[in-house]
Design a binder for this molecule. Structure first.
Ligand SMILES: NC(=O)c1ccc[n+]([C@@H]2O[C@H](COP(=O)([O-])OP(=O)(O)OC[C@H]3O[C@@H](n4cnc5c(N)ncnc54)[C@H](O)[C@@H]3O)[C@@H](O)[C@H]2O)c1
Length: 248
């Protein structure tokens, strides 16, 4: 009696679905904070990491990657923090927030897809074995932030959530999955500046979560490795909210 047809991923044991060996992953904003924690996570899962700052570097990163671990995926953590009220925001400030958080993500995705698609073909099973791009949005992109005025930041992160869906619609069948992760409050250099400037902010953020605490960058290694690996082969155009229940 014949069993069920083998599926493309059935040769991998479940732990191996999360392995990233044989891949180089580009991480923007990898110098500290969330990006640095995600870099540690993907290194521990077996990948090589290329931390990038300047877009012209993309072609060089693809060219320089070892043939045994070509550039395969990308995690974008670079971002600028929330701060100003609408009435205090100049158009220059608004544009700067959108330049880094939104246009920066667009440019990185375009450069990555350009290089990846010129070097790779779909294998008939889009999502399996293809590339994965993860954008960093924010819980602030879902709900108005009661703790700190941040309309420009929140609007830019809402755009990032939709970019993950729209880019996924364009590239999914070509073999590139695009998803977003929406963190809640993480203790990083970015938020340390806000905490120092705004008494009560941290307490407000902590009390707004269902877990009653802040997160650390380490807690994003799991979601990042999931989205970057074969474990998420059918996850595309999604936004994974990792916020301790802040938006629940
Ligand atoms: N910390 C939080 O509570 C929190 C919550 C939700 C979302 N986020 C998002 O997570 C991401 C990382 O935040 P973080 O707290 O680690 O911030 P961080 O400021 O500690 O680190 C951000 C890193 O991005 C780099 N960066 C900034 N602009 C850049 C640019 N134009 N090009 C390349 N690199 C650039 C910085 O140099 C820094 O190394 C951001 O997108 C942020 O909006 C953070």
């Amino acid at each position: 009696m014949s069993g069920p047809e083998p599926t493309p991923l059935s040769i991998l044991t479940t732990p191996k679905l999360f392995f990233l060996a044989g891949k180089t992953i580009i991480i923007s904003g990898g110098g500290r904070g969330l990006g640095l924690s995600v870099a540690r996570g993907v290194l521990e899962a077996g990948a090589n990491v290329a931390a990038v700052d300047l877009l012209p570097l993309f072609e060089k990163v693809f060219e320089d990657a070892s043939p045994s671990a070509p550039v395969h995926d990308m995690f974008l953590a670079a971002g600028v923090p929330p701060s100003l009220t609408v009435l205090d925001s100049s158009i220059e400030y608004w544009r700067k927030v959108f330049d880094v958080n939104t246009a920066g993500s667009f440019l990185c995705c375009k450069a990555f897809a350009n290089e990846w698609l010129s070097r790779n073909k779909t294998n008939g099973n889009p999502g399996v074995g293809g590339a994965s791009i993860v954008l960093t949005a924010s819980v602030a992109g879902h709900n108005a932030n009661r703790q700190i005025p941040c309309s420009a930041y929140s609007a830019s992160k809402t755009a990032v959530i939709h970019m993950a869906k729209s880019f996924a619609a364009e590239w999914g069948k070509l073999g590139i999955r695009v998803n977003a992760v929406s963190p809640g409050y993480i203790k990083t250099v970015m938020t340390a500046g806000i905490v120092a400037a705004r008494p009560g902010y941290e307490e407000d953020m902590v009390n707004s979560t269902l877990l009653g605490r802040a997160s650390t960058g380490d807690e994003y290694r799991g979601p990042a490795v999931f989205l970057l690996s074969e474990a998420s082969s059918f996850v595309i155009g999604a936004d994974i909210v990792v916020d301790g229940g802040h938006a629940a």
